[in-house]
Ligand binder design. Structure first.
Ligand SMILES: CCCCCCCC/C=C\C=C\CC(=O)SCCNC(=O)CCNC(=O)[C@H](O)C(C)(C)COP(=O)(O)OP(=O)(O)OC[C@H]1O[C@@H](n2cnc3c(N)ncnc32)[C@H](O)[C@@H]1OP(=O)(O)O
Length: 265
């Protein structure tokens, strides 16, 4: 499900779940184990997460969702990376879709080939981007872009994603080599400063007005299947607005708590 190798003090975690590297229980467990191993190894300075078969990740295994995914749930990987001091980069080729994009957003940085497409198609599947997409995407791309991406499920080309702030750098050549080079240049950074969960959501205007405008748009788009979709979106807005709920796990006196609290309106 995952290849773990070490290159020049960088751990390379390569998803290997053919054909499209979906995240089922076994794949999630192996990523979680790989990240933990890299974090514990004092000789490792940084981590690259990438995918085999020319694709980063097509998201959560839809077939497995029917039976219920087992621990560790994808969000646990995000919580772990959020607290890592070693920088982690997602080196993306092909697609990062749904949980695949959410996995990339857990990382401190994202680099991608120009041909990459990213999306959060969950709403079209009657799901929500429940693995942190609603929290991290607005912090990377701004509230308007995030809502467009979440509500349309459109696949965003790499260059547009870079302009929005989702991708940090477009690269050419071998994505793993580029990932290693990129992340080695970040070994001395304070990862808490680039952790998306700690960033401020960018938007202008009043959140209630913005939410109402979004809801109007969504109600007209999803007519018919309105009840589940509307309740999901209301939930999304609540997540954005009441993000401080996530801070309960942090010490109230820590600088991290203070900074994170500042990201909530
Ligand atoms: C109120 C609070 C509630 C909170 C609840 C929160 C719950 C959150 C739960 C879940 C969140 C899920 C997030 C997700 O990730 S959902 C999945 C999102 N991903 C997708 O929709 C991608 C779908 N796939 C594609 O678009 C294409 O397959 C693509 C990746 C572009 C590749 O295309 P192509 O090269 O043409 O290959 P195929 O389409 O033929 O696919 C090859 C085989 O792979 C299977 N496949 C693809 N994606 C998935 C997937 N996500 N899960 C399982 N299987 C997948 C596909 O069926 C083919 O299989 P087969 O060869 O057997 O037919």
């Amino acid at each position: 499900m995952m290849d773990y190798s070490i290159r020049d003090q960088v751990a390379v975690i390569k998803l290997d779940n053919p054909p499209v590297n979906v995240l089922g229980s076994a794949a999630l467990t192996s990523i979680y184990d790989g990240i933990g191993k890299a974090d514990r190894d004092p000789s490792i300075k940084a981590v690259v997460i990438c995918g085999k078969n020319g694709i980063f990740c097509a998201g959560v295994d839809i077939k497995e969702l029917d039976n219920g995914l087992h621990a560790p749930w994808i969000k646990h990987i995000g919580d772990f990376i959020d607290n890592m001091k070693k920088p982690v980069v997602a080196a993306i080729e092909g697609f990062a879709l749904g949980g695949g994009l959410e996995l990339a957003l857990f990382c401190h940085y994202r680099i991608a080939l120009k041909t990459v497409r990213v999306s959060l198609p969950e709403l079209q599947l009657g799901l929500m981007p429940g693995a942190g997409g609603t929290i991290r995407l607005p912090r990377a791309a701004g509230l308007n872009n995030a809502f467009d991406i979440i509500t349309t499920g459109n696949r965003i080309p790499a260059e547009k994603a870079a302009m929005m702030g989702i991708i940090d750098q477009i690269v050419t050549g071998d994505i793993i080599e580029e990932g290693i080079k990129f992340v080695k240049s970040k070994c001395n950074i304070d990862t808490s400063l680039v952790c998306l969960r700690m960033k401020t959501v960018k938007y202008s205007g009043d959140l209630d007005d913005i939410s109402e405008a979004f809801m109007t748009k969504v109600k007209s788009k999803f007519k018919g299947a309105i009840a589940p979709i509307v309740s999901i979106l209301e939930f999304v807005i609540i997540i954005l607005d009441l993000y401080y709920v996530h801070l309960q796990s942090l010490s109230k006196n820590s600088p991290t708590y203070t900074r994170a609290k500042g990201t909530c309106k």
